[in-house]
Design a protein around this ligand. Sequence first.
Ligand SMILES: Nc1ncnc2c1ncn2[C@@H]1O[C@H](COP(=O)(O)OP(=O)(O)O)[C@@H](O)[C@H]1O
Ligand SMILES: C=C(OP(=O)(O)O)C(=O)O
Length: 739
Amino acid sequence: MAFVLRLGSPVAAGHLQFSSSPLMHGNSKREVANALISGFHDVEQTRGTVSNRGSSSLDVHNHGSIAYGQLSVSLEESGVLGGGEGCRLWAPSAAASAGKRGGVTAGAAKGRRAVDDLVGGGASPSSAAAAAAATTAAGRSRGKRYHRHVANVELSAGAPTTSTKASANGVVAADHDDLGKSGKGAAASASSVLPIAVASDRSSSSADMEKNGAGTVAAKLKRVTLPSLSPSTMVEEEWVAEELRANGQMGTRKTKLICTIGPATCSAEQLEALALGGMNVARLNMCHGTHDWHRQVIQTIRTLNKEKGLAVAVMIDTEGSEVHMGDLKESPVKASDNDVWTFSVRQFVGPLPPNTLMVNYDGFVDDIMVGDEIVVDGGMSRFEVIQKNGPDVIGRCTDPGLLLPRANLTFWRNGQLLRERNSMLPTITSKDWIDIDFGIAEEVDFISVSFVKSADVIVNLKRYIETKSPKRPVAVVAKIESVECLSQLEDIIGASDGAMVARGDLGAQIALERVPAVQQQVVQLCRQLNKPVIVASQLLESMIEYPTPTRAEVADVGEAVRQNADALMLSGESAMGKYPMKALEVLASVSTRIENYRHEDDDDDLVHLTRLSSEPSDRISEEVCIGATQIANNLDVEALFVYTRSGQMASLLSRCRPNCPIFVFTDSQVVRQRLSLYWGLIPFRLRLSEDMETNVTRTFALLRKRGFMKPGDMVVMVSDLCAPGQREILQSVQIRKVS
Ligand SMILES: Nc1ncnc2c1ncn2[C@@H]1O[C@H](COP(=O)(O)OP(=O)(O)O)[C@@H](O)[C@H]1O
Ligand SMILES: C=C(OP(=O)(O)O)C(=O)O
């Protein structure tokens, strides 16, 4: 059976307990603890009028090879869960403890709540997203450990009042023939307390639970108080306080998130909300806005990093020699079937004539012929060229749709992409060089280059950056979006510091059905070549307008996470959409859930990683990281630690995609920011000592205070720092317990 928290459930002051469910059998203590803690945070976020400022405790223990856990939260006041959005599911419940308790079902999960169904409660068959997630997980489980991070909810104190009962309307109540004696009692008392629905899960009966020793969980639990992050407890030792200030609050999500900043997100408050909501990199598209506007955003992010101890990196994205429309008087404009529009290379001063669009590429009128097709934004709308008239090309709309400012334009003849003089346009235009100089001067972390067609352009740009800014290199990311680059992927990615699958323009240059395969190929190649990879464009496109994603969008995000991409990027969703914060939340929650399912796929992943270098010192670094990952996975440790000045060892560890988080300690904020883009890395800035033991003590203290670690946790440490008094780099792997 499944008890599931329902949005708007009344809960009474007293004790709220989350227990790990029998479906978590076989999970590690860490996974159980993470699931419970994440459940706790979910309740915090959705608690509505409930105050859970009371005490909380987490108990996790092993019973044989099986981990069990319980999280207790005491509520100071009665109230209603959920504040109008978000409903978290915990299921199933088969615990045998007596007393009043209640679980309530999600009922018909809709919209946003469907995303939350990915928690995997399995109690909401009406939710397509939950079904899709369940299918994916089941399909990938291959009979191995089956991670379902679910926990049940029991309410074990304080009888609710009639009024709270009445407020939980619309909840389905059903019988369940599998209820064991205690389960039935629980359900009966629950329904007298709170309305419930019982979903079937025959594999997890209370008998199972008892057989596995859960009935005695409470008696055996080792009690550990949840770490508090209140400022008063942070300042015992001055240097720890300093490190904490420098390193802010961070999560353990492995997939990194990039937000394009635009009018919807450029204020200091909005940027702070994004940064605290999990944005790892802020992207500025140089197609839009002025340098003054971009500078303001960059400065705000730098200030935020300093004041909040964050490491949000900044990426500028060049416009490139894309052919696109100009700005529109009003936006967006709709082109209807058979409408006649003029595409002109004239520079209009003042308002545009009706049904007229400017085109930024002068050669356009020479390249194009009557009968060709003009495709806007990869298919948002289409026009057939019916006439050429000096600087104007007249097109009749054959496929109605929206015209957005600066929308990309491609030209097709007989079903083939037109590669006339437009294909000879430079990858980096004179405007782009000015933007690149701006980026270097503003000390951005990444420059992503649009429409890369060969590796040369990347090599030249990197050389240019090195001469302009020898002390502070800026990483160069190649955008994979032109048809020409597909035949040279290995050279281009090899020459770059990372790649972006820019699916928007890519989908305008190749058949749409090829895009998923190219995405997978680029993601895999980047991992082989040890370059971070970003999956970009239309991940949550519908959230530009609507507060909830479509099921298909959730599945797309899930697939990119499953492929182990380093980062996901929001474009219009965060730049000019109505719900930038919600879009970021969806990326964060879907990534976290899908990451939990990913381990089963990766058992022999490491074996198939090609070796990167034949240089002896590089070979040693690689093997050290591969070995450390294997140890960490086999021992199921809580975390990997890496001490690094350049970030190289950290990137090699990220490439191994270990099961646990990777805490990186570096003394450079620049390196720390750059590492923000890499999968699984949680970079901290630390004054690195030459004495490794000092570093170890400091990092233990830092992570204990942060609440990431507790005494006794096992970690695997990798270091390439110099030994005291020695010049030679000493690479080491240690297995340590947190003291
Ligand atoms: N700096 C900005 N100023 C104004 N609008 C922006 C800015 N950045 C992005 N946008 C808006 O967000 C949309 C999506 O962003 P993005 O995908 O980066 O650009 P594009 O659509 O040009 O490829 C843009 O079409 C534009 O409407
Ligand atoms: C990310 C992309 O680039 P831009 O936003 O510059 O069009 C894309 O085309 O997918």
